[in-house]
Write a protein that binds this ligand. Structure first.
Ligand code: ADP
Ligand code: F6P
Length: 326
């Protein structure tokens, strides 16, 4: 049991489709416990500035289906310093807040861990399209981003077929290849380039040459944004060797389109479950943990484990994508 009467919730880092479903779930679960909830605007920046707004159950009506975050988000480098963190805690105390729920990715949860080390109760909700956060097999926003990337690849494939072209498609993921690997596998790409296992531009070009010689009418190459041999290098290499490669080539960077729009059912469900799980943890008196999902079960992972471990990719899926590309 707990002494909590008032909590705050913030969204931080890159926004992710499903964050609003998570905010709604936090507010309504806490309301069931007769707690007051305050939303913090714009992540840790709003925390440092003391931008709190009271959120009642009606304030989070009609947002479950919206992408982005109604609270706003920010990259706030000033929160990486101890002074910023202490100011955040001072603001929380000033507002009479007993505990904080942090909805965000790797960096945001590192910030939450820092608050915990200063003695403030925090529970995290795993949310980033990159799926690079240790402590949850899948994070809020990944499913939507993957589906957006896939729809784009499908659309590019139709025009590629008409013109007998190859397309390089760049997907997001910061330095993690999860989105690239899954979009490549589900999109039937000829080549998948991710930071965890890169191919040289020459190897990718050879795949294109062979595909053309086999009579393939179009080809898709998925490249994750964090690669050393990135889209620009691949396109430059292609230009130099254009004469040897049958396919004309076009480049498409999907960029922030992957973070926008309506969250999928999977993301709304995940967000709703994880956020309620975070509030339930606080109600049981637990904090200093990240609420995530493993084997479809809600789990709580201590923050020191979350921040000191790196999530690994199942590279057998990359091999499968490469094996099936013929
Ligand atoms: P994400 O949470 O999506 O990974 P960022 O890495 O940009 O996004 O982190 C979001 C915010 O979390 C940062 O702008 C900063 O306010 C805070 N943050 C990131 N890293 C740290 C850190 N090492 N210590 C404290 N706060 C951090
Ligand atoms: O972390 C989510 C993400 O979309 C990454 O995939 C990408 O590298 C980064 O954010 C882009 O950041 P910004 O929105 O600040 O340009």
């Amino acid at each position: 049991m707990t002494h909590i009467k008032r909590i705050a919730v913030l969204t931080s880092g890159g926004d992710a489709p499903g964050m609003n479903a998570a905010i709604r779930s936090v507010v309504r679960r806490a309301t069931q416990f007769d707690w007051e909830v305050f939303g913090v605007e714009n992540g840790y920046r709003g925390l440092i500035d003391g931008n709190f707004t009271r959120l009642g159950m009606r304030d989070v009506g009609n947002i479950i289906q919206l992408g982005g975050t109604v609270l706003g988000s920010a990259r706030a480098p000033e929160f990486k310093n101890i002074e910023g963190q202490q100011e955040g805690i001072r603001r929380l105390h000033q507002q009479g807040i007993d505990a904080l729920v942090v909805i965000g990715g790797n960096g945001s949860q590192t910030g939450a861990y820092a608050l915990g080390t200063h003695g403030f109760p925090v529970v995290g909700v795993a949310s980033t399209i990159d799926n690079d956060l240790y402590g949850s097999e899948i994070t809020i926003g990944v499913d939507t981003a993957l589906n957006v990337a896939l729809e784009s690849i499908d659309r590019l494939r139709t025009t590629a077929s008409s013109h007998h072209r190859a397309f390089i498609v760049e997907v997001m993921g910061r330095d993690c290849g999860y989105l690239g690997m899954m979009a490549g596998l589900a999109g039937g790409a000829l080549a998948v380039q991710i930071p965890e296992m890169e191919m040289t531009p020459e190897a990718i070009t050879n795949l294109l040459v062979e595909a053309y010689e086999r009579g393939k009418k179009q080809s898709i190459i998925v490249v994750a944004e964090g690669c050393q041999h990135d889209v620009d290098e691949l396109a430059a290499y292609y230009k130099e060797h254009r004469a040897e490669i049958g396919f004309p080539l076009r480049v498409t960077r999907l960029g922030h389109v992957q973070r926008g729009g309506v969250p999928t059912a999977a993301d709304r469900l995940l967000a709703t479950r994880l956020a309620a799980g975070a509030v339930d943890a606080l109600q049981r008196g637990e904090s200093g943990v990240l609420c995530g999902l493993h084997n479809n079960q809600i789990t709580l992972t201590p923050y020191d484990i979350v921040v000191n471990n790196k999530k690994t990719l199942d590279l057998s899926l990359l091999e499968l994508a490469r094996d099936l590309a013929m």
